[in-house]
Design a protein around this ligand. Sequence first.
Ligand SMILES: *Cc1c(COP(=O)(O)O)cnc(C)c1O
Length: 242
Amino acid sequence: MLFYFGGHYTAMGVHSIQQGMVSVHRMMNGALDASGRPPGSVSLVAVTKTQPAEAIMEAVRYGQLHFGESYLQEALPKQEALKDHGDIIWHFIGPIQSNKTRQLAERFHWIHSLDRLKIAERLNDQRPSGMERLNVCIQVNISGETSKSGVKPSDVAALADQIEQLPQLRLRGLMAVPQAPDGVHAPQAAFRALRQLKEALLPIPLDTLSMGMSLDFESAILEGATLIRVGSLIFGARQSAV
Ligand SMILES: *Cc1c(COP(=O)(O)O)cnc(C)c1O
């Protein structure tokens, strides 16, 4: 529990969200500076799976707008609790089941984990016509692990062409969750490969590389990330293994 007393946090043996956000922003700025990229050229998606709505509210108070959730059933009640914060931008970053696409199409601004045409078509059909186009990224299995979700790099161009035909979707770029090659070092080569894959998709105008998490987002920024997805460094360890 965190107790709020007139602008000061008393952290009862837990992590302070404010401290977490300050250090993530400091690290982001350092990595941008080191790579010669302009300030503000990376956006932070705060990943709040297993965290309560209060934690999201807390981060909103510190100016955070982009939030990422991995499980629809967990996200819906939090979105309901936060419905007065109309400027929150909701990102879905988890595996997509086809029977959940309607709610994803209605409740989220971004889908990072698109990896098949059938899901893209359902999201396109179910995106309400009064809403802006749904921003999507293709999730790429960039380091080729058999157990991972995501499209094979060699299949990305064909899927991108098909998504481009869907009027209610706006294809923004590529997303990946590469593993550390040795469990220690950042997956720099995989981040670079994702950037090169995006560049190879020209002339499709993509502006987004969604890559980098708590342990490796600085490396991802050095390789051109425009959206980083950071959870535990802001909110502390997750409540359960997910
Ligand atoms: C959980 C998750 C994150 C955030 O992970 P942290 O290590 O807590 O920063 C980012 N991306 C995806 C796809 C996730 O599932």
